[in-house]
Every structure is written in structure tokens, then in C-alpha cells.
Design a protein around this ligand. Structure first.
Ligand code: ZN
Length: 66
């Protein structure tokens, strides 16, 4: 079984690019057993989404000004 450090690293990578089938499967199996990594995934996705929304908002404001 992979370590949590390994899994969280894969989860972070997965936010930026699509993971391979093996990697996704590894993460999924680990998440079924590990609530700490589940929390990490939820939080990373939340932060990522918030950051995207914020960036979009700033861009919209910049567009409106010009
Ligand atoms: Zn874990």
C-alpha cells in the first residue's frame, strides 16, 4: 500500500493534469480506507475551485474596466 504522502502528491498532481489509470485506481483505493487523504482531497478541490472563481472574478473586473 502506498503511503499517504504518496497519495496526497498524486491528488495534487491530479488537480493539474489527468492521472493515469493506475494512479487514479491507487488513489481511489487508498481514499476508501483513509479519511485523512479524503479530507485532503476535499480541501484541495475546494481551494482550487475558490482560487479559480477568484481569478475569474478579477478577470471579469479587468474586462469591464477596459
Ligand atoms: Zn492516506
Amino acid at each position: 500500500m502506498r503511503s499517504c504522502r504518496n497519495i496526497t502528491s498524486l491528488i495534487s498532481q491530479g488537480l493539474d493534469k489527468k492521472l493515469g489509470l493506475g494512479e487514479r485506481l491507487t488513489v481511489r483505493v487508498h481514499l476508501m480506507m483513509c479519511s485523512r487523504c479524503r479530507n485532503f482531497k476535499t480541501q484541495s478541490q475546494f481551494i482550487r475551485k475558490t482560487a479559480q472563481t477568484y481569478t475569474q472574478h478579477i478577470q471579469d473586473l479587468a474586462k469591464r474596466k477596459s
